[in-house]
Write a protein that binds this ligand. Structure first.
Ligand SMILES: *Cc1c(COP(=O)(O)O)cnc(C)c1O
Length: 428
C-alpha cells in the first residue's frame, strides 16, 4: 500500500519526538518499515493518513473491547464534555466508576483512580511495601507492569540472582529490590519465597501473561502463588491492566476464582481514555493518603471525561448478558481458522488464546514462559505482519504482544483475515 502522507508525518515526527513516537512499539522497529499513522478509527477499522483502511487486531493495545468509536461511549463523552473537562475536585463520575469496579471485583474493597496502568502498579507496590514493612518485590520474567524503575528488570539468569536493569537509567539499588522468576515455575517460586519471604513485600503477576505474547497460567500456578503469599504475609498483586474486564467482567481473578490482595486495572476501564486504578484489601488501601500515610496523588486522577468513557464501556458490557460468550466465539472462530490455515500450509505455529486475546507464535514448541516465547522466529512474524498489513489487516507490530478481538469484529472480517493468513502462511 502506498503511504506517502504517513511517511511524511513520520519524517516530521522523528525530528520532534524520540524515535518519532510517544510509545516505543508503535515505531514498527520490531517489524521494520515506517509506522502506521492513523487519523481515524471506527468499529474494527483503522484509517491511515493516506486513506487506507485496516482491520485492527491491536485495538489500541487492549482498551477498545467495544470497538473504536462506540456510539454509547461517544454519547457519554459528549454529555460529559458539556459539563466541563476537569474540576480538580471530587465528582460523581469517579464514584460511579468506583462502584462499578467494586461491584465486579469482590477482592477490591477500596479503589484509587489514577491515569495510567504504570501509575496503578507502582502505587500498588508502594502500598504493599508500607503494609508489610518489607522492600523487595517479585515479578516474573517477561512480565510487563508499566515503565516505573522497579519493573524494568529482565530475566535474571539464576532465580535468586539480583535483578539486572534492562534499561539504562534504572539505579542498581532499585533493580536489586526486584527478584525475578520464570512464569509458570511453581518449584522455583516455592524455593525463592520460602528462602526470602522476610524481605518480600509483594509478588506482582499478570494472571494471564500478555506482554510476551499471550501465555496462560498453568494449572496450579496462580493457586500456588496465592498459597505461598498467604502463608508468608506477602501481598499478592494481580496486574489486570490487560485482563481486567477482558477475560470476564471480573477479570482473570473472577474467571479463575482466585482472590488477590491487590489488583491493578487500566486499559478497558478507561474506554479509550487514560485511566488506571489500583485497589484491594481495606487494611492495605486504608494506608493510602489522605486516609493513611502512603502518599499518592494525581492532578487529573478521576477526570470526569475519562471516567465517563470507562463507565459507558462497562455499562455497555453489563447490558449484554452474552457479551463475553459472543466475544469468545468470535475469537475461537479466528484462532481455529488460523490453526487450520497453518496446518494446511504446513507451517508449525503455536497459538495461545483465552477469551478475546491470542498470540500466534512462530514456533512449533508450546509457549509457557519467556524462554519458550523466545524460541519463536521473529523474522517470520515480521514477514507475516507485513503480508497482512499489505492486505489491510493490522496486527500488533511485534511478536511479543497480545492480539485483541472486539465486539466490532464481524464474521466476515474474521473470515477474510483467515484467508489472508493462509496465503501468508503458504509463503512462509
Ligand atoms: C499496559 C500495561 C501496563 C501499563 O499501563 P500503561 O497505561 O501503559 O501505563 C501495566 N501492566 C500491564 C499488564 C499492561 O499490559
Amino acid at each position: 500500500m502506498d503511504r506517502p502522507h504517513s511517511r511524511n508525518y513520520f519524517k516530521k515526527a522523528k525530528a520532534l519526538m524520540p524515535g518519532g513516537v510517544n510509545s516505543p512499539v508503535r515505531a514498527f522497529k520490531a517489524v521494520g518499515d515506517d509506522p502506521i499513522v492513523v487519523t481515524r478509527a471506527k468499529g474494527n477499522r483503522l484509517y491511515d493518513a493516506d486513506g487506507n483502511s485496516y482491520i485492527d487486531y491491536c485495538m489500541s493495545w487492549g482498551p477498545m473491547i467495544l470497538g473504536h468509536g462506540n456510539i454509547k461511549v461517544l454519547n457519554a463523552l459528549r454529555k460529559a464534555i458539556r459539563g466541563g473537562t476537569s474540576f480538580g475536585t471530587l465528582c460523581p463520575n469517579e464514584i460511579k466508576l468506583a462502584e462499578l469496579i467494586l461491584d465486579t471485583y469482590p477482592s477490591i474493597e477500596l479503589v484509587r483512580m489514577v491515569s495510567s496502568g504504570t501509575e496503578a502498579t507502582m502505587s500498588a507496590v508502594r502500598a504493599a511495601r508500607a503494609f508489610t514493612k518489607r522492600d523487595k518485590i517479585v515479578k516474573f520474567e517477561g512480565g510487563y507492569h508499566g515503565h516505573s524503575d522497579q519493573f524494568l528488570i529482565k530475566a535474571g539468569s539464576g532465580l535468586t540472582t539480583l535483578g539486572t536493569p534492562s534499561s539504562p537509567g534504572v539505579p542498581e539499588a532499585f533493580a536489586a529490590t526486584t527478584l525475578t522468576l520464570p512464569y509458570n515455575a511453581i518449584p522455583a517460586a516455592q524455593k525463592l519465597i520460602t528462602g526470602k519471604y522476610k524481605e518480600i513485600a509483594a509478588i506482582i503477576v499478570e494472571p494471564v501473561a500478555g506482554n510476551i505474547g499471550v501465555v496462560l497460567p498453568e494449572n496450579g500456578f496462580l493457586e500456588a502463588l496465592r498459597e505461598l503469599t498467604g502463608k508468608h504475609g506477602i501481598v499478592l498483586i494481580f496486574d489486570e491492566v490487560i485482563t481486567g474486564f477482558r477475560i470476564s467482567l471480573s477479570g482473570a481473578q473472577g474467571f479463575m476464582d482466585i482472590k488477590p490482595d491487590m489488583t491493578t486495572l487500566g486499559k478497558i476501564i478507561g474506554g479509550g481514555l487514560p485511566v488506571g486504578a489500583y485497589g484491594g484489601r481495606k487494611d492495605i488501601m486504608q494506608l493510602i493518603s489522605p486516609e493513611g500515610p502512603v502518599y499518592q496523588a494525581g492532578t487529573l486522577s478521576g477526570n470526569p471525561i475519562a471516567m465517563a468513557a470507562g463507565i459507558a464501556t462497562i455499562k455497555e458490557i453489563e447490558s449484554k448478558p452474552l457479551f463475553y460468550k459472543d466475544l469468545e466465539k468470535k475469537t475461537d472462530h479466528l484462532v481455529y481458522g488460523l490453526k487450520d490455515a497453518a496446518r494446511l500450509a504446513g507451517l508449525g505455529i503455536t497459538i495461545n488464546s483465552i477469551a478475546s486475546m491470542f498470540t500466534p507464535f512462530f514456533t512449533d514448541k508450546p509457549v509457557r514462559d519467556l524462554e519458550s516465547a523466545m524460541t519463536s522466529d521473529t523474522k517470520k512474524y515480521a514477514r507475516f505482519f507485513h503480508f497482512m498489513f499489505e492486505k489491510g489487516v493490522y496486527l500488533p507490530p511485534s511478536q511479543f504482544e497480545a492480539h485483541f478481538v472486539s465486539m466490532a469484529h464481524t464474521a466476515h472480517d474474521i473470515d477474510r483475515t483467515i484467508k489472508y493468513a493462509y496465503e501468508a502462511f503458504k509463503k512462509l
